[in-house]
Design a protein around this ligand. Structure first.
Ligand code: DC
Length: 229
């Protein structure tokens, strides 16, 4: 099923550090689809609201801030990354501070409501790969393929550690493991759009898989559903 709009969506949901954004970027490239990294939107909003002192309950101010965000996800060919208002913001949203601000903001119903329409606007021909926590459950319930990625907490912390170190962040593996577990607990236990697999999602445990193996597995699932590049 490709939904009422006829534009196929592949959703990738799962906890922090599981590899969603890297996989999403590669899949979007492979299929020639658009890309939505919803965590980046939550990071931008989390940081922006904190900077401006906007309360999570101030729906009007949150809506105005979210509506003004012009975000573009750049594919791997042009040097994967995120642009906001024509400016590259990869470095400022990559760190744990931004992840924490995002996870706190993401609990607020007004924040989730403000981001719903902007996330759905990324669904354009020929298709979309969307990664996050609630892509398959809330934002694109009619997605053609829903994948829920898991990996052990140790493995996810190790992946996030490697990624942050490569980007020049000074982080400790112990602290990272604790922070990831705390955010996952918060993301999974919140009342609204908690982190969970959609009933019709395929759950892939990637603990012992390389990125290339997971990519192949998802491509095979897409082929089974007749999703074409
Ligand atoms: O994917 P990420 O680590 O960049 O996400 C940062 C935080 O944003 C995460 O802790 C939970 C929140 N988030 C969310 O609630 N819903 C999404 N669709 C994406 C992210």
């Amino acid at each position: 099923m490709t939904g009422v709009t006829g534009i196929p969506v592949i959703t990738l949901d799962g906890g922090g550090g599981v590899g969603k954004s890297t996989l999403g970027c590669r899949l979007a490239e492979r299929f020639g689809f658009h890309l939505l990294v919803s965590g980046a939107l939550y990071r931008l909003v989390g940081l922006g609201l904190r900077e401006r002192g906007i309360a999570f309950t101030d729906a009007a101010a949150i809506n105005a801030f979210a509506a003004g965000l012009e975000v573009r996800f750049i594919s791997a060919d042009d040097g994967a990354g995120v642009e906001c208002g024509g400016r590259r913001v990869d470095a400022e949203i990559a760190g744990e501070d931004a992840a924490e601000a995002a996870s706190l903001a993401a609990r607020a119903p007004a924040v989730r409501a403000a981001l719903l329409a902007s996330q759905r606007a990324f669904r354009r021909p020929p298709g979309l790969v969307a990664d996050g926590r609630d892509m398959g459950t809330v934002v694109f319930p009619d997605a053609a393929l829903k994948v829920f990625l898991t990996a052990s907490a140790e493995e996810r912390a190790r992946r996030r550690y490697k990624q942050l170190r490569e980007r020049g962040f000074c982080v400790s593996l112990d602290a990272l493991t604790r922070e990831l577990e705390e955010r996952d607990r918060r993301d999974a236990s919140r009342d609204i759009a908690p982190l969970r697999a959609a009933d019709d999602a395929v759950v892939l445990d990637t603990t012992r898989q390389t990125l290339a193996e997971t990519l192949l597995a998802i491509a095979a699932l897409a082929a089974e559903r007749n999703i074409k590049a």
